[in-house]
Design a binder for this molecule. Structure first.
Ligand code: MRU
Length: 360
């Protein structure tokens, strides 16, 4: 797979996912407003990829700082984080990455003020977030692969692949790992209206890897779950509440209910950074409302009568009772989700402490 995003000395280089699958072009974001625009305008998308991009955005902003002392630099950091946080509200990985960069700044700020040294530490931290994300996805893949059938059809919704992460993917990471183990899977990918992440990105990614993929419209999912021999569903997540409710791409909830109706296991694959244990349930997860034009138009051409009001919530919440298991880098959580997720988050905290003590 070609890289989703890269740190360069000139700025953050993003694969422009708006142009896929027709063109593979990169957009160089040279400052924080450009990085923020890249996230907001979906040049880069997918919860972990947004988090990694935000971490690089902070490193870039601090590198360009001309602050004369630590308090001035702290004010700049606060402004950078607010700009990046305001881009997309649902994926908690964004806030997680900003918190991690803030923690790194605090730690670097304990030594005598040196702009270049602080910038270098933040750059190192952003690169660590990037590298760790790939390793985390590979671990998710290892934990999830055993849950996939030996052979048969697996359905996914949206794109939770290499393109949605620093590499390898979460839901598609599980699929990649299962296929690498020799499992004979055929992936059914929902097209994912209105933004078509399934049609434009997921099947593109799978075909590049030589994994058999079949594109279906969202409204076909029920039919194939009922009659089409789908053996499992695996999707990603943008935020998971303490009780295991899952926010993911709009349409995920319908797939989960249909999977339950047809006794098909419904798996969610996500890093621990997608857990938001401060929220008791999914009802508190903010849902991004995007432009109605994404619904009324396709590539600039109208597909609905002019002026018709349209709704466009980008995500929905699947209650945890429909979730068979949540696959993370530290293991698999099943109901009751609250203690299981708390335990997995605890494992992540101890691992994170060890890393930060060494690096930042
Ligand atoms: O609006 P998007 O394309 O950013 O939404 C992406 C999703 O909903 C993904 O399923 C989720 O972020 C998990 S990506 C590993």
């Amino acid at each position: 797979m070609i890289p989703t995003l890269e740190w360069t000395q000139e700025g953050v280089r993003l694969l422009d996912q708006r142009l896929l699958p027709a063109r593979t072009e990169y957009l160089l974001c040279r400052d924080v407003p450009e990085v923020a625009a890249g996230i907001r305008d979906m040049v880069v998308r997918g919860a972990p990829a947004i988090g990694v991009t935000a971490a690089m955005g902070v490193a870039l902003g601090v590198k360009q700082s001309r602050a004369a002392d630590l308090p001035a630099m702290q004010r700049e950091l606060d402004a950078i984080c607010s700009t990046l946080q305001a881009t997309r509200p649902t994926a908690v990985n964004l806030a997680w990455a900003l918190d991690r960069m803030r923690a790194c700044f605090q730690s670097a700020g304990r030594e005598p003020f040196d702009r270049g040294r602080i910038a270098a530490r933040l750059e190192q931290e952003a690169l660590a977030v990037y590298a760790e994300d790939i390793a985390i996805n590979q671990a998710i893949g290892r934990h999830g692969a055993v849950l996939m059938p030996e052979q048969g059809r697996v359905l996914t919704h949206c794109n939770a692949g290499a393109l949605a992460t620093a590499g390898y993917g979460t839901a598609l990471g599980v699929i990649r790992a299962a296929v690498a183990q020799g499992k004979k899977l055929e992936i059914f990918a929902d097209e994912t209206r209105p933004y078509l992440q399934g049609a434009r990105l997921t099947v593109w990614e799978l075909l590049q890897d030589g994994i058999p993929a079949r594109l279906i419209t969202d409204s076909m999912a029920g039919h194939f779950l009922h009659h089409g021999g789908i053996r499992a569903v695996v999707v990603g997540a943008d935020r998971i509440a303490a009780n295991g409710d899952v926010a993911n791409k709009i349409g995920t909830y319908s797939v989960a209910v249909l999977a339950r109706e047809n006794q098909v296991p419904f798996y969610v694959a996500a890093p621990v950074s997608t857990l938001d244990l401060s929220l008791a349930s999914g009802e508190q997860i903010p849902i991004e409302e995007r432009s109605p034009e994404e619904v009324t138009h396709f590539q600039g051409a109208p597909v609905a009568p002019a002026g018709v009001p349209a709704a466009n919530p980008a995500f929905d919440v699947t209650p945890s009772r429909y979730v068979t298991a949540i696959i993370t880098e530290h293991g698999v959580a099943r109901a009751p989700f609250e203690p299981a997720l708390k335990a997995l988050a605890g494992k992540s905290r101890s691992a994170g402490r060890a890393v930060r003590f060494r690096d930042c």
